[in-house]
Design a protein around this ligand. Structure first.
Ligand code: NI
Length: 170
């Protein structure tokens, strides 16, 4: 396994739409494993392939991973798709590609997600609360969307400005 560098905003590569996975091949499984390692090391509770500069519809999620500790509820998914959503929830979201910022985002409170698992089997996940939020956030990444695309234009502009400045001073 390998740690992958994580792209941070603003970066055009984070704004692209990722392509479906045709088959959960060995290469995709290796990508999933590397993404899991990268997510745990960050530490984060979710990671999407475009964040590590791979334009494939692959996400990994573990909402128990607040403290970078043991794995509790790991999901490694290809071609995740929301097939049902319900209700509304506001969550202060962050993102490894938008480091050190959090903003309230409105999402569906419950979702049903269809995807392929690491074994290439079609599965369905019913999620609510943080897991539902996280799945929606990661699936957004596959369509070139960041959580800051859900906040006001002014807030987004301020955050991007600060991120740009920080990048320059690095
Ligand atoms: Ni994110």
């Amino acid at each position: 396994m390998a740690l992958l560098p994580i792209l941070t905003a603003p970066d055009r590569r984070l704004k692209q739409k990722a392509a479906p996975v045709e088959e959960v091949s060995e290469k995709i499984v290796k990508l999933m494993d590397d993404m899991v390692e990268t997510m745990y090391a960050a530490p984060g509770i979710g990671l999407a392939a475009p964040q590590v500069n791979v334009l494939k519809r692959v996400i990994v999620v573990d909402v128990e991973n607040y403290d970078g500790g043991e794995e509790h509820n790991l999901l490694t998914l290809a071609n995740p798709e929301i097939i049902e959503k319900e209700g509304e929830i506001v969550w202060a979201e962050g993102c490894l590609s938008v480091p050190n910022f959090t903003e309230d985002v409105v999402r569906a409170e419950k979702v049903v997600v269809q995807a392929l698992n690491k074994e290439g089997k079609k599965i369905e996940i019913t999620a609510e609360g943080l897991l539902a939020v996280c799945l929606q956030h990661e699936i957004d990444h596959l369509d070139g969307q960041l959580f800051i695309d859900h906040v006001s234009r002014l807030k987004r502009a301020i955050i991007l400005q600060k991120l740009k400045k920080r990048k320059k001073s690095e």
